[in-house]
Design a binder for this molecule. Structure first.
Ligand code: ZN
Length: 216
């Protein structure tokens, strides 16, 4: 029983390490710019909107969030084509990494993008763009920084992180315990000792290795 608890603990720790390793691999090597930007917006207050641009690549999502004001002209025509960015720290882009669930995140308060079907607008506050909650790396490529900055995130996103770690632990457990379980089933069906494979006679213990023989 104690051995099983130790094994479970080891599996969970291995799952947690894998969760970080896979998330960081995706954050470092899967460029968000490879995914098409999807833009959504919703009202926050009168005349004020929040816009979110999302690029969802494999194991790596890049979000840009910003609030916008709509000019009176644009509002009267029902359009939202004249945005005014708040350059006040309320906008940021965020990396969320992990697979299959997003498990770690970090933010960049300097590089934000707004991408619609017809246009991509980026705001870059050069010199004001510390990565918060992540280790900055060289960008994936030159170009709109909101889609190309690169960092290893270390702020946990709990539901995703716990889910990934449990999934990896279960997969590792199956890899480790699965073959032995199958072998014992086969030996049992062939009326062999589950421990060593020696044919079972009438003795309650294996006459070869001394292991207890399960009946049935
Ligand atoms: Zn045996």
């Amino acid at each position: 029983m104690k051995r099983r608890l130790v094994l479970l603990l080891v599996l969970l720790i291995a799952g947690a390490i894998l969760n970080l390793a896979i998330a960081w691999s995706c954050a470092a090597w899967v460029a968000p710019a490879s995914a098409t930007p999807v833009f959504t917006s919703g009202p926050l207050a009168v005349g004020e909107f929040e816009g979110v641009t999302s690029r969802r690549a494999f194991g790596h999502t890049r979000l840009s969030r910003a609030t916008f004001r709509v000019s009176a002209d644009a509002e009267s025509t029902g359009g939202i084509d004249e945005w005014e960015w708040h350059i006040n720290g309320r906008e940021y882009s965020e990396t969320q990494a992990g697979w299959p669930l997003r498990a770690w995140r970090c933010r960049n308060y300097g590089d934000v993008e707004r991408a619609t079907a017809t246009s991509v607008t980026t705001v870059a506050k050069t010199g004001l763009n510390p990565i918060v909650g992540g280790i900055a790396l060289t960008p994936f490529s030159p170009g709109p920084m909101a889609a190309t900055w690169r960092a290893l995130p270390y702020v946990p996103m709990w539901p995703g992180g716990v889910g990934n770690a449990a999934l990896y632990a279960a997969a590792l457990g199956l890899l480790i315990a699965g073959p032995g379980w199958v072998r014992r089933r086969i030996r049992r069906r062939r009326r062999q000792c589950e421990a060593c494979g020696y044919p079972i006679g009438t003795s309650p213990v294996c006459t070869e290795c001394g292991a207890a023989v399960s009946s049935g």
